[in-house]
Design a protein around this ligand. Structure first.
Ligand code: GLA
Length: 406
């Protein structure tokens, strides 16, 4: 009987691997949200090896790499043409030393190398994409030592998203080099429901603009401000966790918003446990951009090992209070002023009793004592008892971490 069961199980596994071709997602590639830099938000199609090498150098020199920003991802427009056998090549004028050499330069600096393609025939900028060439492209990426693939959804008329992303997932697996697989499907087909089977992060919305509140109309498509994207994340938190993250798009810090808007944007992305892909020119950063991108206490909220996406707890006028449970019984508590006018904030800690509706975690300043630390001022603020007052400027945050006092 035992033998029969064993034979049956083996047969079942063999059948399964036949159906899936023995391929799967590379597991455990993103236990915490991936961090790095991507060329698109600032450079669009103006990518070349010189700029990318300089960016790699800056990731090291600024300390960003050591703060966690390890993936350097080239977005659209690196492509040359396919050769007569169908293999894709880098654009020879933009990457005269070749992609493999660039990967070597990036790896030598302790960074990881990412690249971009799309599931359709053409990328969003009209370059050759992977439809029909998935397995060949995956082999080429592996031969270039690629560690991360962002896979877009342009040019996909008639394609089934689940199938298209699975094809590329399987191709990457068969190519044999572990990669983080970033699904950029814009939330069109609810990738949060199936994305974690395919990859490690999935875009939940259309593209982000460097605006805090508003929608930019580009004629054929629209891009969204920080608040517009934030408002689309609430209902998705149950789908995020280690190795599969909701991706509200890359960072626009340092790309033209005000300092407080950048700070609020960055903080809220950390409260969302979002992937943190900087998207600015690292060679020309203002001190405030550096301070925002490199605030280790705020990054730690994002990178907390529990991997729980935060949630809005209270909405009073323009001020929304967000909570994020952290390891060790700690909680991040952030007050976001969505309006443009300053608001006097009065925090009555004993009213801040909350339960994470998805996890058995409780914040209870009535029953327990918590130490309060302001993560932007980097200042201890005593304990969460009585009331705390502060003036919260427009488009800014007041953000603290509460740590249980033993
Ligand atoms: C889409 C993606 C962007 C970027 C561009 C490149 O719009 O959503 O993040 O990759 O394509 O063309």
């Amino acid at each position: 009987m035992k033998n029969k069961i064993r034979h049956f199980s083996l047969l079942f596994i063999a059948m399964l691997s036949f159906v899936h071709g023995g391929a799967q997602k590379y597991e455990h590639m993103a236990p915490v949200p991936p961090m790095g830099w991507n060329s698109w938000n600032r450079f669009g199609c103006n990518v070349d090896e010189k700029m990318l090498r300089e960016t790699a150098d800056m990731l090291v020199q600024t300390g960003m790499r050591d703060a966690g920003y390890v993936y350097l991802v080239i977005d659209d427009c690196w492509h040359g043409e396919r050769d007569s056998l169908g293999f894709i090549h880098e654009h020879p004028d933009l990457f005269p030393s070749g992609m493999k050499a660039l990967a070597g330069y990036i790896h030598a600096r302790g960074l990881k190398f990412g690249i971009y393609s799309s599931a359709g025939f053409k990328t969003c900028a009209g370059r050759p994409a992977s439809r029909g060439y998935e397995y060949q492209d995956a082999l080429v990426y592996a031969s270039w030592d690629v560690d991360y693939l962002k896979y877009d959804w342009c040019g996909t008329v008639g394609l089934n998203a689940y199938g298209a992303y699975m094809t590329m997932r399987d191709a990457l697996y068969k190519a044999g080099r572990p990669v983080v697989f970033s699904l950029c499907e814009w939330g069109n087909n609810q990738p949060w429901l199936w994305g974690s089977q395919m990859g490690h992060l999935w875009r939940t919305t259309g593209d982000i603009s460097a605006i805090f509140d508003g929608i930019r109309d580009h004629g054929t498509y629209k891009t969204l401000g920080v608040l517009q994207i934030l408002d689309l994340q609430d209902t998705l938190r149950r789908y995020a966790g280690p190795d599969g993250w909701n991706d509200p798009d890359m960072l626009q810090v340092g790309n033209g918003m005000s300092e407080s808007q950048d700070r609020a944007h960055f903080t809220m992305w950390c409260m969302l446990a979002a992937p943190l892909m900087a998207g600015n020119d690292l060679r020309a950063m203002s001190p405030s951009t550096i301070e925002i991108l490199m605030n280790k206490e705020v990054i730690a909220i994002d990178q907390d090992p529990l991997g729980i996406q935060g949630f809005p707890y209270a909405k009073e006028g323009p001020v929304h209070t967000w909570l994020k449970p952290l390891s060790g019984g700690r909680w991040a508590v952030c007050f976001l002023n969505r309006g443009t006018e300053p608001v006097p904030l009065e925090i009555d800690w004993k009213r801040m009793v909350a339960k994470d509706p998805l996890n058995a975690l409780e914040l209870d300043p009535v029953a327990y004592a918590y130490a309060v630390r302001d993560v932007w001022k980097k200042k201890d603020m005593g304990t969460a008892a009585g009331t705390m007052t502060t003036l919260l400027p427009g488009h800014d945050v007041f953000c603290v971490v509460l740590t249980p006092v033993k």
